[in-house]
Design a protein around this ligand. Sequence first.
Ligand code: UCC
Ligand code: FAD
Length: 590
Amino acid sequence: GVEDPSSPFSRSLIGTFFQDQPLLGNQLLEDALLQGYLRRHLPPEVLGEVCSDLERFSERLCSEIQALGRQCEETPPRLQHYDPWGRRVDRIITCPAWGRMKEISTEEGLVAAGYERTYGQWSRVYQVSKLYLYCPSAGLFSCPLAMTDGAAKIIESIGVSGLLEKPFRQLTSRDPKRFWTSGQWMTERKGGSDVASGTETVAKPQPDGTYRLYGFKWFTSATDSDMTLTLARVVDKHGETLQGSKGLSLFYMEVRDEQGNLNNIEVQRLKDKLGTRQVPTAELLLDGVRAQRISEEGRGVASIANMLTITRIHNVISAVGCMRRIINLGREYATKRVVFGKFLKEHPLHMQTMARMEVETRAAFLLLMELSRLLGREETGCASELELDMLRLLTPVAKLYTGKQAVAVISEGLECFGGQGYMEDTGLPVLLRDAQVLSIWEGTTNILSLDVLRSLAKSRGRVLEAFFTDVKVSDHQDRRPVRPALTPAMKAVESSLHRLGQFAQVSSERGPDFMQLSSRARQAHCVALSLSLYLGTLLVDHAAWEGASQSDLCAALRWCEQDLCPVVTKEKTGCYSRDSSAMDTALVYE
Ligand code: UCC
Ligand code: FAD
């Protein structure tokens, strides 16, 4: 305890060096690819408005939303079963920041933008870009927004009239006093993938045409929502129900009445989760819930599929948005942290690691944007048959791929901060914990692989044909003078296309059952190869645009080296050359 003024260590001094934390900058201005994509695709009259809104919103993320997101993480929801006088109330108590998130997302039109269609076919690209910037700061409020968007989509596809007029207006409102969120209650204890056999909930018809629902919902996220869509089996006049998919119908219900009392719902408990702790996820007993049937009897699964398309796209938004965020923070940190006598960004190996993450993220980003472009075209009646088929095929593919990829990239991203990446109070680990769910909810990876096969089978080969046509169209688009530097990437795409063609040929020769019967490894190989190829095509296509940057070019080349070519060719393609190191840094810091 003797104070020695020449020593920097004592009770009152704990050393002089403190590492600066990575700062969150304006996420639009720091995202060269997003800006490039918007410049490339949006008509000039749309571009200016969209970019200025995204820039303003990105400032709001730094000044307000990011801190609210942290509060949601630090103050998870809790369940109050009884009031102080012993009455059963089942109140889910969320923090004020969660409530504020609801207001902000309403003011910002994060759901409304998809339905107002101010920018015509580009409205979804605008909305998705905004959500992509938002989700890593959202404290998982992106979860209720996803389901809200999905519910609005279902109502719009059924028709905004009669009893569905009010919920549609509330779900797509920009007025915080009116805005509603929706749940999506599909999973029961017997099965969340196998909904057809797993659903035990029954719906008893009432004389006024409504129904009473009895059952148990095993996973219900954002259970503080105002309304929900759910599945149940209608009981016929003999008291019987039809088992399997054909017995399921879709129901709309409000969660509380005008006084705020639950609609004959008991909240059994809140789930104790690895991540997504900001969102209440509850087990619910439905004990005579008042509900309205909104699909034809027996068309429940097919009707809720519209919602699945939207929520799965939101899953992709989250995956890509969080990958982008960890890279942006990681590269900022690399300009501050000194190791072995120089900044992290001056270590070629570190830059190579980050460049790999960057290439993965760019490919996933372009896939997300392609999905939103197609969705926007579908919703404004501009989509061709080929585009509709591509939207159907790419949705499960993108969800399954980016769900896995997010965990890998974010995990690598945490390592870029060394031990600090593992420290909860840096706000970094939450990204990894929350990413783990992306491959589970909204359909696990295997279920989505099967959905890919469903889409192929249902279209009798048309979807596969659409895929090949689309790859070829993008590959040869405009046949404009392609930069010579892109040639190796284009060759890699062509040779992969050839290999995939051979696979498809074998499949068709072996008959229609082959796709279902072939081993999972073979299916996985086919999906992986097709996807790698498709992503390569998107990167090459973007790099061939006249406004493309050197980094866009580099990303396309890297993708084709890393993901399309076998490892042995890496030496030949110069992946480890001296120049490549400078390219890595340029790519990461574009
Ligand atoms: O997890 C959930 C919420 C989490 C919170 C929200 C997060 C959002 C992201 C936020 C990020 C921050 S909600 C629960 C999600 N549950 C699932 O995804 C279910 C997983 N299981 C499946 O996807 C299955 O494939 C089923 C249940 C959809 C289908 O199983 P079946 O019984 O085998 O179905 P069928 O018989 O093959 O299909 C029945 C009908 C067919 O139409 P018809 O009768 O006309 O031939 C199918 O073509 O449904 C149609 N269908 C589809 N249509 C099935 N899937 C699709 C599809 N994806 N698109 C279009
Ligand atoms: P299972 O279906 O039992 O799957 C177990 C394993 O078997 C998985 O690996 C799966 O891929 C595999 N498998 C299943 N079938 C097949 C097959 N045919 N071929 C090959 N492999 C197969 N659900 C809602 O409805 N609403 C919600 O709001 C909601 N929120 C959630 C929130 C969180 C945090 C989590 C974790 C889940 C939530 N879910 C929700 C449930 C989620 O959608 C399901 O957990 C998911 O669909 C998987 O269903 P399951 O848990 O029954 O797993």
